[in-house]
Ligand binder design. Sequence first.
Ligand code: ADP
Length: 410
Amino acid sequence: MNILVLNCGSSSVKYQLIDTEDNKALAKGMVSRIGMSESLLLHKPFDRPGVKLTKEILDHIVAIENVVNILLSPENGVIKDKSEISAIGHRVVHGGEKFSDSALITPEIMEKIKECIDLAPLHNPHNIRGINACEKILPKIPQVAVFDTAFHQRMPKVAYIYGIPYILYKKYEIRRYGFHGTSHFFVSRRAAELLGKSLFQLKMITCHLGNGASMAAIKEGISVDTTMGFTPLEGLLMGTRCGDLDPAIILHIIAREELSLHEANTLLNKHSGMQGISGISSDMKDIIEECEKGNRGAQLAFDLYCYRIKKYIGAYAACMGGLDALIFTAGIGENSPLVRKKSCEGLEFLGVEIDDKKNEEAVGKEGEISTINSKVKVFAILTNEELVIASDTERIVEEAKTAKVMHKGV
Ligand code: ADP
């Protein structure tokens, strides 16, 4: 089955056409600067060099039309007819408490996704725009929503309830949701494969360290706790997000600096994290380069970044009553031996021992990075969220077909 995987943001659409027969991306690319001057289409077929086109792309409909056209084009395309796309899988950021699994798009499901807009006003509206655009451009092709939050929906109540009046949970659904679910799901399954063990035997901690970063405690295959919360702001220090913070600080800054709610939100989401501490960059590569030059701000940002990861490894090992595997993934987790080493420093008492040589070698590729004697196995694993979206889409579409046949049979 060829599945078109779409990740629609405010001004961008990332896409991959995945053949689920052999889990291969036939083409991938991105439309950026939607609605701005000189929108950009980057496209890479699996067997030919990539192309870069500058166009005027005013909205998501035109963006997805361009994606479909280039997938069909004789020079850069990989299919001959729209009918070769069997289904479309959309990344949808927030599924609230309504979705603990992916869902086939129907008018009822769209209503439920719209009800989640309040929880993710910056993300869900663009995901919805993408689904509506596909309905117009590829009307007969089934669509599936795959939620960032769904994998964390089986967390126990102690992990997701905050210490504020319970009525606010009931009234506004204020609770921990967690994000990056497809990535935590993918790398935990891959680690179990690498260990040759059943998920039901394993206690794992997964560290998704990209521009946004989160960790998850995964016991018997289920996410039992995660660092991101009601929004993706909580938990680890990130590129520009603060992570864990005493909530009174926000009230204090708003009063002292006379900030509006919007300004306070921008401060915590866009000007904090490594960017805010170092005053240099939100990008880990830059931070490491500056550390090497002896920059103290960058060093503090780096140390704080790794310290928080270590703190959560300890916390989650305690929550699960042990630890069998620790997994690093996403841009920083896959590519920075230094972050991995520093985050695990001093954890020998837990049974975590990093093999320096293996750690240095696992850059941009999968590898076990712990010593032979390490009780806890540590891995660098390349995440593949698009593949999870594609296989979930295939599963949901097949289930829907079976249900239809059975219904007819009755
Ligand atoms: P996103 O969350 O936007 O998908 P990525 O997963 O691509 O982000 O991660 C981006 C982060 O990965 C950036 O901070 C970048 O500096 C970092 N990164 C990429 N390569 C390296 C590297 N070789 N060493 C350290 N950090 C790296």
